[in-house]
Design a protein. Sequence first.
Length: 202
Amino acid sequence: MARQIYFVCLYCTLSLFAGPAVAAQDSFAAVVQAMDRLAAKLDRNEASARLSKKFHPFIVSQESAESLLNSVRYGKAIALTNPASGTVERIAPQTKPMSLANAYVALSLAKLDLAQYGVSQPTPAQLKWALNGGKFSQAHLSGEREIRLKGVLKLRAQGRSWDAIAKLIGVQADVARYDMLAANFVLKKPVATHSYAAIKAF
């Protein structure tokens, strides 16, 4: 009996000190793991191509969306061109390579961060600031206002969970998770085969 009480007390103590941190880290865990499992069943390029469609037209072209998704995924810098001005912006992730699902979370949170300021189709510079931190001016009823972005990847590089990042940038983590659930259905769609296409053509 005394031994049972000891283990119950030990469990309660561990839950008290470790429980909240574990819960914070696990909020996205299940949906991230599910997305990575589904992506693993597809060709690497096929998976990123499908998921990048979820960020268009938020990102002006699907090609740019896929490039940015893979940039975050592999931790490699890319250059995006602003179609309106022709200027080129270099975006270098501040994080190490991560899984495709985690890269998707990063872009989802960056999208939500910009959306709360009314930015529905950001420039490459605004995308960089949403990911790595930065500021920009925005027209407002009372004149221009300065928007300061903390940077999703900058916060991630500090070891923060996705939940903590969502809270820090002021967006709902649930929205990003629901978006991932919808994206998982996109990954579940069967790949069209040549034989099926030939039958349709016939």
